[in-house]
Design a protein around this ligand. Sequence first.
Ligand code: C2O
Length: 553
Amino acid sequence: SNSRRFHFDVQWKNISRLCSRKAILTVNGEFPGPTIAVNEGENVEIKVTNGVSLNTTIHWHGIKQLRSGWADGPAYVTQCPIKPGQSYTYKFTVIGQRGTLWWHAHIAWQRATIYGAIIIYPRMPYPFSTPIAEEIPIIFGEWWNLPVEGIETEMNKYGNGPNSSDAYTINGLPGLLYPCAYKDTFIQTVERGKTYMLRIINAALNDELFFSIANHTLTVVEIDASYTKPFDTEAIMITPGQTSTVLFTANQHTHDSTGLFIMAARPYLTTVFPFDNSTTIGFLKYKGTMADNMALPKPSKLRLPHHLPRMEDHAFATKFTNQLRSLDTTMYPCNVPKKIDKRIVITISLNLQDCPANQTCKGYNGKRFAASMNNQSFVRPSTSILEWQYKKYSSTKYSYDFPQKPPHVFDYTGVDPMTQNINPDFGTKLFAVEYGTKLEIVLQDTSFLNLENHPIHIHGHNFFIVGRGFGNYDVEKDSADYNLVDPPERNTVGVPMGGWAAIRINADNPGVWFMHCHLEEHTSWGLAAGFIVKNGAKSFQKLLPPPDDLPAC
Ligand code: C2O
């Protein structure tokens, strides 16, 4: 059958940002990387050739990979890395998804520069009638002046927190509020009266972001390649890993202004630590206005969009998130499991680990930072779990005893969270479910640092966010309030700081699936787990055999 083919060459490229020049890892020398645009139902083949001296892998974030787990990409979970000089062809079919997703490297911190958009054109016309003049990817990222490739190694060694990035970016461009960035400012030309689609992706490593365009209302129509009931908003909140497709109409009168409108993104955080609160900006430029021949304004003359939420605007973040609903029409029904076979509760913790003898620890108070799920801090093995699983190798490298509940009932109001979060266990523990299990996972934040939501991402499946709340999860009370009609369908859920989220999954994709916080610093500290969906009885319920070119460790 026909396949859509792409070639990805991983290579270094020198680029200048923020007054200096450095080599970054890229795909085909492009930054951000090339867009993968495909049609719903199509077979896709992407041949990745590793032209650098570091191991690499690529993950197709949010692609369900039905029976094709070999193409999922997380290093040491579904594959061994592609070694220097080697190639691997990722093959998958895009089924039952439409909209915006993205791809990124899935090893060490390489995703800092190796990322790009995935666009899935729907089989049927868009479920909104407005004609779209242009579809524009808006990819948020972070830029470090220093190399990022060694950050994870250093974190493993010292248990430290990484430095904050030096800038946020829109499509790789920091925007003119940063030094030497006047020419590195994203500008999108629009025509008055037309409607545009923004395919927004948060590829930032460690920050949830707010985004707004001055004087323009955004209409959210799709999230994580799943249609939503459209709603209007002056701003959006988006966690790392998530995507959001929005429409806006260029409807402003420009005779009394220049025809230039600012867009901006900045982080959503509490102010516990002096985090970087800088802002990346770009512009909409109306065609045929004064803006055509005018220089961009000086930073001192700029006003950020009036509706851009403040850094600690929890009220906006909560309100925005609660507005998201599945479209739930006859054509696009919401398939949330109404009944479940199994519920597991997983605590999400940042931990402090006592410093082992003879080590230098640079976390906090002479200890190491760690992070865990049910007090298990995930250690990536040196082999591909999926391959060992498939070949039925017996392994001492991982085990199936991931705890189905926290070691003690988490009490948010009780003991000092500090004392509940010390010294996790380290290991590679997975849990296995039968094919077809209707699984509920309650994710409970234990909040020893009350800083930010944890964007928990699950590979190989979408899930439905049936409930979210603050404080301790209470099964009786909280499950009675679930939305089992039109909950949003996603691949990444923001678990509220100091709260919980309940998600439901149809475990209908056999394989080994990584589940982790999409804040890269937390993944590095071990905020991850893996689960196995066993093969079903029928032939179409089984994982396909591995491709011949699957890399070896
Ligand atoms: Cu976008 Cu496992 O990641």
